[in-house]
Design a protein around this ligand. Structure first.
Ligand SMILES: Nc1ncnc2c1ncn2[C@@H]1O[C@H](COP(=O)(O)OP(=O)(O)OP(=O)(O)O)[C@@H](O)[C@H]1O
Ligand SMILES: [Mg+2]
Length: 343
């Protein structure tokens, strides 16, 4: 288990102090995929650097498997750090070495006997699906393949934890899907704990078990991914979800504003549902029983790690009481509602 307790990180620069983390508390279970999402400058990379012991907190405690990093001797800390692999947005490969040589490199550093290195590297190449490309140079690989090399290299010394800093941010959507699939696969095969930071809610939805939403150095919301998607509490979380469901596109927002002005008595809402609820014809039922019109503005059904999550943006119009009654009935179907004011 990874634990962060009351973590503060203040960077001292020439002219002032920058608070990068402000009282962060998190615990990450063994074998889970834990996502951290936030906009640029939220403190995500700082947090990751504290996890692998590359930097020290100004205050608070980081512990791995019950051991507080700040109490470890240098040699022990170095050993502990070997149990943590890291992958990056820009892959950080050695450009003058082949795929195989890139993967051999961490084994050389860890002084694995020469006779064992090549066998291990070839196993890793197979694990990440790069068979046949052993002798290629990084410049001859696609972005997705480069990240596969990054993953193989990070796993070379059998880490318990893999930290991913925007590992898919430089990749196109299809390649992102493939790399996320690979991460999910190795998480299951190796029971590897994965901590993944990103500014894309889609990445969180696809493979994470739990998520922490960060803003200005703090964790503002935390929980199981399906729960947070169904019932986000903070405005920033709602924004990330709208980004993922494409409901923040200019076209959709323009339509929402137009409808809000045209039917000022109506209510615009995001309905969030999960699993079997996707198949319930609740819209026509409620429209009939409550005597309201329900205009579907935008909707989608998306896959999460263990379920499907659906979002539907609707406008409910009719007389005020009927609209209220319809919203109450939707809730009674166990569908989460977030009423959004677009006026
Ligand atoms: N070495 C440093 N010295 C001074 N300030 C720093 C340093 N590293 C980070 N910061 C500051 O700490 C804050 C958090 O930075 P951090 O890199 O952790 O954010 P992030 O969430 O990873 O952002 P991004 O999504 O852009 O990578 C920012 O205000 C940043 O300017
Ligand atoms: Mg960063």
């Amino acid at each position: 288990m990874i634990e962060l307790k009351n973590i503060h990180k203040i960077y001292q620069t020439k002219n002032d102090n920058v608070t990068a983390l402000n009282d962060v508390n998190l615990s990450i279970d063994d074998g889970e995929i834990y996502g951290i999402v936030g906009y640029s400058g939220a403190g995500k990379s700082t947090l990751l650097r504290l996890l692998n012991g590359l930097e020290k907190p100004t205050d608070g405690e980081v512990s791995l498997a019950g051991k507080a990093l700040n109490t470890l001797k240098k040699a022990t800390l170095r050993k502990e750090r070997q149990k943590i692999g890291v992958i990056f947005q820009h892959f950080n490969l050695l450009w003058s070495r082949t795929v195989l040589e890139n993967i051999l490199f961490p084994l050389e550093i860890a002084k694995v006997p020469k006779s064992k290195r090549k066998k291990r590297a070839l196993e890793l190449i197979k694990l990440v699906g790069l068979e046949g490309r052993e002798d290629a140079y990084p410049s001859e690989l696609s972005g997705g393949q480069k990240q596969r090399v990054g993953i193989a290299r990070a796993l070379a010394n059998d880490p318990k934890v893999l930290l991913c800093d925007e590992a898919t941010s430089a990749l196109d959507p299809k390649t992102t899907e493939d790399v996320l699939e690979l991460l999910l696969d190795i998480n299951r095969k190796l029971n590897l704990t994965i901590v993944l930071i990103t500014h894309e809610m889609q990445v969180i939805r696809r493979i994470c078990d739990r998520v922490a939403v960060m803003s200005a150095g703090q964790v503002v919301e935390e929980g199981k991914v399906t729960k947070v998607f169904r019932n986000p509490q903070e405005e920033i979380t709602k924004q990330f979800i709208r980004q993922d469901t494409s409901a923040d596109s200019e076209d959709t927002i323009a339509i929402l504003h137009e409808l809000a002005q045209k039917y000022p008595e109506g209510k615009i809402a995001r309905l969030a549902f999960q699993g079997e609820q996707v198949r319930n014809p609740f819209i026509s039922k409620i429209s009939r029983t409550c005597n309201v019109d329900i205009n579907i503005i935008q909707g989608n059904v998306q896959e999460s790690q263990d379920s499907t999550v659906g979002s539907l943006y609707v406008q409910v119009t009719g007389d005020t009481e009927a609209v209220e009654q319809a919203l109450a009935q939707i809730k009674a179907f166990d569908i989460e509602i977030e009423v959004i004011d677009y006026a």
